[in-house]
Every structure is written in structure tokens, then in C-alpha cells.
Design a protein around this ligand. Sequence first.
Ligand SMILES: NC(=O)c1ccc[n+]([C@@H]2O[C@H](COP(=O)([O-])OP(=O)(O)OC[C@H]3O[C@@H](n4cnc5c(N)ncnc54)[C@H](OP(=O)(O)O)[C@@H]3O)[C@@H](O)[C@H]2O)c1
Length: 284
Amino acid sequence: MRVAVIGSNGQLGTDLMKALQDGHDAIGFTHENLEVSDYNSCLKLKEHHPDVIINTAAFHKTDQCEDDLVKTFSVNAIGARNVAMISKEIGAITVLISTDYVFDGDKREPYTEDDATNPINSYGISKLAGELYTRQNPRHYIVRVASLFGKAGASGKGGNFVETMMTKAKNKETVNVINDMWMSPTYTKDAAFIIVQILELKLPFGTYHATNQGYCTWFQFAEEIFKMQGLTPDMRPIVTGQLVTKAKRPQFSALRSLKLPIHGIITREWKEALSAYLTERGAI
Ligand SMILES: NC(=O)c1ccc[n+]([C@@H]2O[C@H](COP(=O)([O-])OP(=O)(O)OC[C@H]3O[C@@H](n4cnc5c(N)ncnc54)[C@H](OP(=O)(O)O)[C@@H]3O)[C@@H](O)[C@H]2O)c1
């Protein structure tokens, strides 16, 4: 397959480019050479005649999204529209990377592909709008990921949670972490592998949840990060009420897939993925 990856030097984009190296022709687009919210800029995708266009680009600083709605919707919704329109025109498959934040968190157990969306912040609403635009190309995959950690670090967020925790421990800071918000930590290498599998196995078009298995609170995630490295920082569990944030966040946004196992795609547990990440980056 000839695959164009938008946001190719981002956290997930970097691992996608690696996962595609084996047997595919991957063409990477960084923010420097393609602005997803600008239709004319997206036209350069056509020059490469891709069979698939994967859009990882997003404005995803959740709190800042509340303050800059124009940027939020331009990148996350109009950007997705531009990519879907161009893919449809050239007969390519659109892959939109979406988020667990399209859900409200009230279900209190992992969300599947069949669950109704109901985002509670501007980031989530804009990503859901991106999903709706993506469906205008019938040949699409919407792949929802969550709480990513990867070697490249989220450029849009300035690192990732694992790295933030490690820095705090190194600096001997007290680590206050939310213990009443549940999610599915996911290694970008595993998410990238699932996305490539979906394409290679030509799974039915539609929406898929691509996370590591299981879920935990951010506090439990931090505990595991420290435990695996034998670190013992001063840790304090806090509750969401103690934090004032601009954006509301779903209290429970763990995801699980009903569809991938049917096609033989089974992901590993988040603890196993975390251990692989720490090993690969030389931390354990
Ligand atoms: N990170 C998470 O925990 C998380 C959780 C759920 C869902 N997701 C979704 O997963 C996807 C990938 O996340 P990630 O962690 O890999 O993010 P990331 O590291 O910030 O990567 C995003 C990439 O897109 C580029 N980009 C940003 N705005 C762009 C624009 N307007 N036009 C073109 N390129 C642009 C970025 O370049 P610059 O940095 O140079 O701008 C970067 O290369 C996103 O769609 C996000 O919504 C992420």
C-alpha cells in the first residue's frame, strides 16, 4: 500500500511510519509541509497518489481548546473534512485517529464501538465533528485511541504522562495524581500496529477502538511507572474536585474493542505495554 501519514513526526505518527516500513510505501507529512485545516495545502496529498491517508494531526491540548475554538474546530473538524474530501475524490481510504473523549464517561465501564458518543468538552466535540466528516468518505476507518505514550512524545502536549512522571521523580517533586479518573493507557507502537493490521487485513470500514487492554486511574498508572523502575517518590492521590481545569473531562473513558478480536487482533495489557516502552527507552 502507498500510505500518506499526516503528522508523521508526532507521537503516533512516528510509530506509524515505522510500522509501515515493512512492506508498504509510507509518505510522511509533517506540520511544516502540510496544514490540515487548509484545503489547498491538503491538495498536495493528491500528488503522491496514496491508497490510504492516515490523519493523526490534532489540536489536543484539552484546556487550551476551550479558549481557542476556531483553531480547535479548524484542525480537528475542518482538517478531517479536508482529508475525507480529498481521499474520496482520489478513491483512497481515510483513516482518522480519534479519541476516548468523544464519550461522556457516565457508563462507568469500558466503551465499545457500539456505544453512543456524547462529548463533554470542546476538544471531544471537535473530534466527533471530525468523525462525522470522515464518514462522508464511505471508505473510512475511524480509529479511537486513548492516553497515548510513545517514544516520540506528544509534540502537541509537550511529552507524555510517563515522561512527566519520570521527570517529577528525578526532580524529587511531590507527585499529586488524579485517582478518580479511569482510562486505558496505550503504547503508540501497539496502536500503530493495530492500525496497520486493520489496513492489511482489509477489515470492514467503520469505527474501531485501538487501545491496550485493561484500564486504571492516572494514579495507578503513575504507581506502576514508578514500581517498574524501582522509584519511590512522594506520591499523593487526589480527586478531580481538587483540580480546577478549563475543560471538563470524562471520569471514565476506558475503551475496549468488540470488533478487533473477531478479526483475530488481540492487544496486550497496558502493564505489559508500559514495561515494553520503559525497556525500549532504556529506563528499565
Ligand atoms: N496523545 C493522547 O494521549 C491522545 C489520546 C486520545 C487521542 N489522541 C489522538 O491521537 C492523535 C495523535 O496524537 P499524538 O499524541 O501522536 O499527537 P502529537 O504527538 O501532537 O502529533 C500530532 C502531529 O500532527 C501535527 N499537527 C498538529 N496540528 C497540525 C495541523 N494543523 N496540520 C498538520 N499537522 C498538524 C503535529 O505537528 P506539530 O507538533 O509540529 O504541530 C504532530 O506531528 C491525535 O489525533 C489525537 O487527537 C491522542
